[in-house]
Design a protein around this ligand. Structure first.
Ligand SMILES: Cc1ncc(COP(=O)(O)O)c(C=O)c1O
Length: 429
């Protein structure tokens, strides 16, 4: 079957309306992604590992190519034409990215290596200066390791304590528990916007309101939300937001940390070196203004420009349309998956993001993933960097299928049939 060809894109989903059918055409959009026409042993690629990293459209590939072919140069350092062009494109990407997340001021968008580095930057540069023994860092049981480990590390050096908001049986944050855990001792609340395992979309604006009432700042991990739904830092009223380019159809090696200007300005740099200085003398150094204070050394220039191209591409497709389309795709996927014998699906059934983690009775997730790979279906098996959450789920590992707007119902069908074969194989039928 050629998965790029439209067969019946709307068949079968519950709650589908004619209006929602025209929101986005995945079959047309797939053509923007060269890799999606790959085959292996005659089977078309079914790429369902988008939460790990997503595929790149032609506009991103050509942004990288054209930088290296026509204006490769370092930024901010020379007066020649190439450097001016590179600097212009690099700073234009900052403006695009700031608009993309509703930030009024581009200088508050810092380019990092990825979401992980952004969260480490906050934990170190803000945490070390603002946390002390007796303070509490409130995170959740569904955090990715990148929003746990940096806080544990900073807690160790400052004497602050890390507390965890539990999740309900349905896989949502226990908001009553959050109310009890938020106290005047809480200095920071770290929360994942969309769980990379449960698909839960957390009520960030409500959490931010409660956190601010308690006097805490809010650090949002947007790695799984920014590529899939409209995210606006002003509307959410958070204090920091970190996300990665490679999960939003951009290149690897770059991400954004957005922060409130007043917090960024009072923070000390995280890394020292070129670019982040104002003046260096034997007696000491004064620092550059934001964002450069936090961008030591030569940045990932091509990748930043590519990330800007990815954000523009996503704006062209429309984040609301993407969210609506992916919501209908995950409803369909859940319906189909539930027909499998011995499956346990984790996370809420509705109002969730387009990824699903599950286990199949008696089959190790690695075996599931290996079986699917024989049909060229790419999923992920493991703890997905959420060992605390997996301990709560009482599973060392799960299998995860994570979708993008270029995935189709036919691909869900291929996934389900491939899983059915795996169930039959392992049950000896
Ligand atoms: C929710 C979440 N946060 C953070 C990260 C870390 O992203 P990166 O590895 O790009 O820094 C991931 C990656 O899987 C994630 O899913």
């Amino acid at each position: 079957m050629d998965l790029s060809e439209k067969t019946d894109p709307v068949a079968g989903a519950a709650g589908e309306t004619p209006a929602s059918r025209s929101i986005l055409d995945p079959y047309a959009l797939r053509k923007d992604f060269p890799i999606l026409s790959r085959t292996s042993n005659g089977k078309p690629l079914v790429y369902l590992d988008n939460a790990a990293t997503s595929q790149k459209p032609e506009v991103v590939l050509s942004a990288l190519d054209s930088y290296y072919r026509t204006y490769n140069s370092n930024v901010h350092r020379a007066l020649h034409i190439l450097s001016q062009e590179a600097t212009g494109a690099y700073e234009a990407a900052r403006t695009i990215l700031s608009r993309f997340i509703g930030a009024p001021d581009p200088a508050t968008c810092i380019f990092t290596k990825n979401a992980t580095e952004g969260l480490n930057l906050v934990a170190n540069a803000w945490g070390r200066a603002n946390l002390a023994a007796g303070d509490e860092i409130l995170i959740t049981e569904m955090e990715h390791h990148s929003n746990i480990v940096p806080w544990q590390m900073v807690a160790e050096v400052t004497g602050a304590k890390v507390r965890y908001v539990p999740i309900t049986d349905e896989g949502r944050l226990d908001m009553e528990a959050l109310d009890k855990l938020l106290t005047p001792r809480t200095r920071v609340v770290g929360v994942i916007h969309v769980s990379n395992v449960l698909g839960t979309i957390n009520p960030v604006a409500e959490i931010a309101r409660k956190a601010h009432e308690a006097g805490a700042i809010v650090v949002l991990d947007g790695a799984q939300s920014v590529p899939h739904l409209p995210v606006n830092v002003v509307e959410l009223d958070v204090d920091f937001l970190a996300f990665s380019s490679h999960k939003m159809y951009g290149p690897t090696g770059v991400g954004v940390l957005w922060g409130r200007r007043e917090l960024l300005e009072e923070m000390q740099p995280f890394l020292g070196g070129g670019e982040m200085i104002e003046f260096v003398a034997k007696e000491g150094t004064t620092y550059n203004k934001i964002p450069y204070k936090f961008e030591a050394g030569t940045p990932s220039i091509a990748e930043v420009i590519g990330m800007g191209a990815a954000a523009q591409y996503l704006q062209g497709v429309g984040l609301s349309s993407i969210h609506e389309y992916e919501s209908s795709l995950i409803r369909y996927a859940l319906e189909r998956l539930e027909s499998l014998e011995g499956i346990q699906i984790f996370g809420p059934r509705d109002e969730r993001a387009a990824l699903v983690s599950f286990s199949l009775d008696g089959i190790h997730p690695h075996d599931v993933s290996t079986m699917l790979d024989q049909d060229f279906v790419a999923v992920r098996a493991g703890h997905h960097c959420t060992q605390i959450l997996h301990a709560v789920l009482k599973r060392p590992a799960t299998t995860r299928a994570s979708f993008a707007f270029y995935n189709t119902r036919e691909e869900v069908d291929v996934l389900v049939e491939s899983l059915r074969k795996a169930v039959e194989f392992f049950s000896g039928r």
